[in-house]
Design a protein around this ligand. Structure first.
Ligand SMILES: [Zn+2]
Length: 193
């Protein structure tokens, strides 16, 4: 994966809600730069497809790790390292909370960014880090076992009159899957508690 793609992956939006639910997933799709190329009649279907993939993955991991609530433990057992970077990472109009470096099996958490997000959402910092980590863990699953959710649906790269050139996936679908994963895992924990 190129540096540009890696950079593009650092794209968890600055939501005011701690766990975007299904209602917000459609909005996430509208942020995608390919949104205009997705026929309107396909939009809700692909949002649901991505959401369902995240939900199913959460149920699998919950079972596999026996309801473990600490994603630092799950990450460690999965061979992933987590680096906590003491930084509020803001670039342009975005605040970045974390990223996943697929080639290096490493997740970086920007703990000052996360601390601000925690404060806004009245979460304690450890809970917030754990939630962000669960989001990134889904990207790790995509890269290692699930396949990229973004590739479940493709649009032409370029449309020029009658010509359609190339194919590209929809990156927002990976984000929707990751939100579904974090959201569902949290709910499963809460139900089990
Ligand atoms: Zn993400």
């Amino acid at each position: 994966m190129s540096e540009a793609q890696q950079a593009a992956r650092r794209n968890m939006p600055d939501y005011t809600l701690p766990f975007p639910g299904f209602d917000l997933a459609g909005k996430e799709l509208s942020y995608d730069y390919c949104y205009g190329k997705i026929p309107p009649e396909d939009r809700s279907r692909i949002v649901k497809m991505a959401w369902d993939r995240g939900t199913a993955a959460a149920a699998d991991i919950f079972k596999k790790y026996d309801g473990e609530g600490d994603f630092f433990i799950i990450a460690g057992r999965s061979g992933l390292s987590c680096e906590e970077v003491d930084k509020d990472y803001v670039m342009g109009n975005f605040r970045y909370f974390s990223d996943y470096l697929s080639g290096r099996k490493r997740i970086r958490l920007y703990i000052r960014s996360i601390a601000l997000w925690a404060e806004q959402n009245k979460l304690d910092e450890l809970t917030a880090r754990n939630l962000i980590l669960s989001h990134e863990y889904y990207h790790f699953l995509e890269c290692t076992v699930l396949g990229l959710t973004s590739r479940l649906y493709q649009v032409p790269m370029l449309i020029a009159g009658p010509l359609k050139i190339g194919r590209t996936g929809i990156r927002a679908l990976s984000e929707i899957g990751a939100h579904a994963f974090a959201h569902t895992y949290h709910n499963l924990r809460r139900e089990g508690a």
